[in-house]
Design a protein around this ligand. Sequence first.
Ligand code: ADP
Ligand code: ZN
Length: 709
Amino acid sequence: MFTQAKNYLQQYFGYESFRTGQEEIIKRVLSGQNTAGIMPTGGGKSICYQIPALILPGITLVISPLISLMKDQVDALWQVGIPATFLNSTLSAQEVRQRLSDLQYGEYKILYIAPERMDSPQFMEQLQSLPVSLVAVDEAHCISQWGHDFRPSYLRIHSLLEQFPKKPAVIALTATATPQVREDICFLLDIPAESAIVTGFERTNLSFKMVKGQNRLEYLKQYVMRNKNEAGIIYAATRKEVDHLYEYLQKQGIQTGRYHAGMSDHERSAQQDLFLQDDITVMVATNAFGMGIDKSNVRYVIHYQLPKNMESYYQEAGRAGRDGLDSECILLFTAQDIQVQRYLIEQSHHEARKNQELQKLNQMKDYCYTEGCLQAFILQYFGEEHPTPCGRCSNCADDRVSVDVTREAQMVLSCMIRMGERFGKTIISQVLTGSSNKKVLDMRFHELSTYGILKQKSAKDVMDFIDFLTSEQYIGITGGQYPVLYVANKGKEVLLGKEHVMRKEQIEVIQVAANDELFERLRELRKEIASEENVPPFVIFSDQTLRDMCVKLPQTAEVLLNVKGVGLQKQQRYGERFTSLIHAYVQEHPDLDPPTEIKVPKQKERKEASHLVTYELYKQGYSLQEIAKERDLSLITIENHILQCGSEGLEVIWEKIIVPQYEAAIEEVIAQIGSERLKPIKEQLSDEVSYFMIKAVIVRNELRKKQYM
Ligand code: ADP
Ligand code: ZN
């Protein structure tokens, strides 16, 4: 069976080999064992249940907490040729009934449901009659009360499994499991500890950066401008801050979106769609944004403020680079944020949680101050032992030059002491730069010896410098809402001349992805197709696939199959448009180096052989069900083989596939709405009309057209 899994990986998804973990997980699932897969975001969890779904008989039921994701997931599966559907609260009762009945008839291989569905006894009963052979639990950490997203409905999964006449196997998947959460998952879903497969959590395409003691707004602006063709998410802590950054970036002429809980549902989903469709590149948002999106080509995630714990941080930052291309995760740190977060936690009334949250905040703070590898720090946090330095993060790859700023630091610190250590950075910097602001004069600060000693600098520069001293812990902060600065112990050493203050050059913004003319053109074509198909562009092809096209320059459909992420169905549907664009580009650029090795895809041959094997049996009079059983393939695969044979001109008895009484109705719907997409056609016809029947009519019509020509 495993050879078949590999064939499907190539045929449906266009990938040559499994990634770490995938193979072992799939093998276990196929042998009927309950299995857990713990892999980082972008590690490729979905394929771990999607491929078994194709191989196992019946249906794979996927429990997924993110309703907004379901449609995209289902669309993406249709794109690669896997029939899938979902049931959630966005559907009417009538639609639910329809889908359930299609499921009974084997129209779909994968069914997504929201966990809350399981709270309805009636729905549980309806499920009982479905031939479910695998239950996939996505975001499985939601089952644990120790996790950060506990969903009580997940606790019903156990009884769901019990109620099927034949108990299905389980596969639990998550990216965020601390050891405790992992234990919960295994315990609650009957997964033996040795079947919990944990792959490394390292995201080798992400570079983590800590930007400290620098003007955040300025950094942000430069970064976004420098990367204006790339998609990015900027997380801010409050709605007010989101609005502020949103307006600021818009004013700079950047196409920006925003997302927070203060907007209406309608506004939010409109903004989200613009982002998914690549109509805007930058999204400024609170942490309310992202749970429901799976956009794979996010090139950077910037945290404008400190997140409250490492779990949230890694999850939010991890939305960058799901497609495996180099991406950046930047935290713009100011020490004051820690203070604000601490204040908010202390205000909460939940005593038990308070301590836990303060402890998590402290670990977040340690992350900000660590001088070691940032990625390694994160891995250690999630329980990985002895992670090695990544070599990419801002601590590993820091070659900035330091400048001695001890004298200026002493000026600031002694001014603070003279002012009584009772003020915030604004007024301190006003005194240092000699401002004649009313408050300064009222407090008689102009009589201090440190008044105006930094007057050659702007108040803003001095404030940035104070932020720097705070971020390096020379200055401490107390007070919640109105922070007050004081000279910390490390700062006292500076005043005594025992410690030097070194300041590094500012971290420069870099361009995360190379600009490339062909890539831009491919991106445009992808966008065009995506709007025709009404799906987000990354569902058509990932950025990684487009980059691979730029390298391999495929000019024929055959060679296109060698490109990462191009499976058979996408090759057939879009191949022509991409290869002719590339062909035209290569013609315009005769100096381009052709790729050195052009492999002829092996899969293509195998695939041909496979449908011909099916055809042999078909000719001998076996039914399609029998062939499926005999060949250990799914019925859908066999049906597709027959259609392929038909379209290649081999004799197929259409009357046996297309039930005569429905033929006219199918023809009529196709004449009205075209045959680009099957789902809308199916929706207009009676339940008895299967997808196979519809596809058969389309193939037969094509054949007839050819014969008349
Ligand atoms: P996760 O759910 O773990 O965040 P996904 O399942 O969305 O990750 O997969 C992330 C990306 O990696 C997708 O674009 C997927 O197509 C790709 N991918 C998955 N498996 C492989 C593989 N074996 N080879 C290459 N790319 C893969
Ligand atoms: Zn590192």
